[in-house]
Design a protein around this ligand. Structure first.
Ligand code: SF4
Ligand code: SF4
Length: 420
């Protein structure tokens, strides 16, 4: 056995905690998770059944932690997991799972298959079978501070641009501010209008906020690749900055997995509760709206619909907030079929969008989103995750669909009452 395989199998053994053991032992092989998965649903290929993607992890659990499995292994009736098998499973674990959580919603025995996939990725990373593009993104995140290699001068350039455009000062390193605002690399590069929109809304609402020079990046590729130590390092930068600046709340940007990383995984990774709150930007905007601090005028006349980002809606519980916000600014809002907690993934979560090898499969899986959109008949799609937004734009272009994609924060800012 090679040293990396041994390390990987030991990692597999270590990640098998009580929930994992209980999930494997309670699986009744009903196949309901298959129907919930966009990759199985759109291809019909058995290998994309969620529970099948976990087969090496299941074998390690059976052989190491069950009496029958141990006996079968001793008698040579059950073969140990090999390096070749892990190499074969690598595309299943990294290309055909966006960690969208839809399968976990339908399992009749309550198995959180998404949690299991995350644990499986930890074993894959430790055994030297992490996906190549994600290794690059994680290395850049650790060494440079951003998975896309963005450094503070690039953020500063955007800040200057926003200040010139809006006439509003962007606060940086402001100790004692109420909120620390994070951004994602994709917003910084592809959607600079997010920061501009935020400035205008926060100015009207009188929000006390700041950016931090050494903790502007919210994305966490350590979570996606399955490397807890790296995920912890990335989260700790935000925690250190939030504590240094003594903020009351950290705002996760329009990015799905960033919200999961800092809000739900963050305290577990750090091994302690945070002394500040973590909220998604939509939660903050909804609170400001409820408090009467956001004043909008007019409504967008275009028929439009909302794509629920999986990590924000299904895994994060932010369901009604975007709908209340849309209610203020949309004259003809139409829900997609399966909207809300059972919405279909865009196909690019969980690091899949950063994985160039997965592109053909991702576009195949996008057919479900295409059908959802066609049902609504809209040509404007609103969302609240920069990663979803890029993946949606690529899918729409691939299928020659004329649909504009916009961020909810920007849509809201477009309707702010002028001069307030
Ligand atoms: S839905 Fe649950 S019980 Fe059914 S096969 Fe999938 S993991 Fe097993
Ligand atoms: S988390 Fe989503 S993409 Fe992954 S196996 Fe489950 S349904 Fe499929």
């Amino acid at each position: 056995m090679s040293a990396t395989l041994e390390k990987g199998l030991n990692a597999f053994k270590e990640v098998i905690d009580t929930p994992i053991a209980s999930y494997f032992s309670s699986c009744v092989h009903c196949g309901l998770c298959a129907e919930a998965c966009l990759f199985y649903n759109e291809t019909g290929e058995e290998k994309y059944t969620p529970i099948h993607k976990l087969e090496p992890l299941r074998r390690v659990w059976k052989q190491e932690y069950t009496l029958l499995g141990k006996l079968a292994k001793m008698l040579g009736l059950s073969k140990p997991v090999t390096d070749a098998e892990l190499a074969e499973w690598e595309p299943l674990v990294y290309d055909s799972c966006t960690m969208c959580g839809r399968c976990s919603m339908v399992c009749p025995v309550g198995n959180d298959i998404t949690y299991m996939i995350r644990k499986m990725r930890e074993g894959m990373a430790a055994s030297g079978h992490a996906q190549e593009d994600l290794i690059g993104a994680t290395t850049r995140a650790v060494n440079i501070g951003s998975p896309m290699g963005i450094k503070w001068p690039a953020v500063l350039a955007q800040i200057k641009h926003v200040q010139a455009e809006t006439g509003i000062e962007v606060p940086v390193e402001r100790e004692g501010a109420d909120y620390l605002v994070l951004m994602s690399s994709m917003e910084i590069i592809n959607f600079p209008e997010y920061l501009s929109a935020l400035c205008r809304i926060f100015k009207q609402a009188g929000v006390s906020w700041t950016l931090a020079q050494d903790a502007f990046e919210a994305t966490n590729s350590g979570i996606q690749i399955g490397a807890s130590d790296l995920a912890r390092e990335i989260v700790s930068r935000i925690v250190v900055a939030a504590e240094r600046l003594k903020v009351k709340c950290v705002i996760s940007p329009e990015c799905g997995h960033a919200f999961t990383a800092i809000r739900w995984e963050g305290p577990n990774l750090m091994g302690r509760p945070f002394g500040f709150e973590v909220k998604h930007i939509l939660e903050v905007l909804d609170e400001l709206r409820t408090a009467g601090k956001i004043k909008t005028t007019g409504k967008d006349a275009r028929p439009l619909t909302y794509h629920d980002p999986c990590q924000i809606t299904r895994r994060g519980g932010v369901v009604e907030q975007p709908r209340r916000l849309l209610g203020d600014v949309a004259a003809d809002f139409r829900e997609m079929p399966d909207a809300g907690v059972m919405n279909w993934c865009c196909g690019g979560g969980g690091g899949v969008s950063a994985n160039s090898r997965a592109e053909p499969l991702r576009l195949e899986a996008f057919k479900v989103k295409k059908r959802q959109l066609e049902t609504t008949g809209v040509h404007t799609l609103v969302t609240a995750c920069a990663n979803c937004r890029i993946v949606l734009e690529e899918g729409l272009e691939h299928y020659h669909m004329k649909v504009d994609v916009i961020g909810l924060t920007e849509l809201l800012a477009d309707h702010l009452v002028e001069g307030e």
